[in-house]
Design a protein around this ligand. Structure first.
Ligand SMILES: Nc1nc(=O)c2c([nH]1)NC[C@@H]1CN(c3ccc(C(=O)N[C@@H](CCC(=O)O)C(=O)O)cc3)C=[N+]21
Length: 284
């Protein structure tokens, strides 16, 4: 048996079509959602991601603003760029593309974003709201994963989910989201201090591999019929390599292609966050 694909590309397409309608409705009322990106430095992978995000905006009718700072930008320069976006009415949501150069503090930068314009859901206020069960803008990758599973009818309620990786953009918030009453999954969060990762993944109905370790999840580590989500984006010999080994396709029921799985969903949820924010701003 070979697994069915959790097709992120097609699902993102469907979501973008839905968003196109919502953006047109906002525009009819004179509201133009605008996404800005702040890119510090010229890492080719980051440049590529940012380019894709602006292309997505064009597709659905969201205006976009690109802010670029040199790799040696000072903390003051970054703060000024962020404050300018907070004050710019044309920007209804924005992100600081991560990672930023090491001489700048990521959490400090995230904390400067107006929480109402935080399209990534990574401002401490939004992460705090998530912990407190209050309405919050959610981080794009975890939101995309839940949406991808939901739209393929993979049961989440009551499921045993093992998340491998406790990063701030994926693993940690995903654990919080899936354990809310509205999702009601049971989550085990594995990390580098976990004694035996396979011991956990073998029991899981759903495994989310977000460790950034190429091919670390192999067929012998998973249960037959499991759903597997690959968040990994490592570069191996110039090729994008995920956290799932190819042999899992013969044992699982559902697997995200990579590329074509979580990546497009992350981008779709970024747009979705921007449209949600713009609608919300209008309602108030
Ligand atoms: N503030 C911030 N927010 C982010 O959401 C954020 C970030 N920083 N920094 C980097 C990571 C990574 N990320 C990806 C998004 C889409 C794809 C994606 O669409 N990938 C395509 C393939 C891309 C290609 O053609 O190279 C796919 O998986 O099919 C990948 C990676 C967002 N991130």
């Amino acid at each position: 048996m070979t697994a069915k694909a959790l097709d992120g590309k097609a699902t993102a397409r469907a979501i973008k079509d839905e968003l196109t309608t919502r953006v047109a409705m906002l525009r009819e009322r004179g509201i133009v959602p605008g996404l800005a990106t702040v890119l510090v430095g010229s890492d080719p992978a980051s440049q590529n991601y940012v380019r894709m995000k602006h292309r997505d905006c064009d597709e659905v009718g969201i205006a976009s603003i690109q802010v670029e700072l040199p790799a040696d930008a000072t903390a003051d320069q970054l703060r000024e760029a962020i404050e300018a976006l907070n004050a710019d009415p044309a920007c209804t949501g924005y992100i600081v593309q991560l990672p930023i150069p090491k001489h700048l503090d990521e959490n400090w930068a995230l904390g400067l974003i107006d929480p109402d314009k935080d399209a990534d859901g990574l401002h401490p206020i939004n992460l705090g709201r998530l912990v407190l069960n209050e309405p919050a803008t959610l981080p794009c990758t975890p939101r995309g994963i839940v949406e991808l599973l939901r739209r393929h009818d993979v049961p989440i309620r009551g499921a045993e989910v093992v998340v491998v990786g406790r990063g701030i953009t994926v693993g940690r918030p995903l654990g919080l989201i899936l354990t809310r009453r509205s999702e009601n999954a049971t989550v085990t969060l594995c990390h580098t201090g976990t004694r035996d990762v396979a011991d956990h993944t073998r029991r899981a109905d759903i495994v989310v591999a977000a460790a950034g370790v190429p091919h670390m999840i192999t067929a012998d580590m998973i249960r037959e019929g499991a759903a597997l989500v690959d968040v990994g984006v490592s570069r191996v010999d110039g090729k994008t390599t995920g956290d799932l080994a190819p042999d899992v396709w013969e044992k699982a029921a559902w697997v995200t292609p990579n590329p074509g799985g979580v990546g497009p969903m992350t981008r779709a949820m970024l747009l979705s966050n921007v449209v949600d924010r713009a609608e919300d701003l209008n309602a108030r």
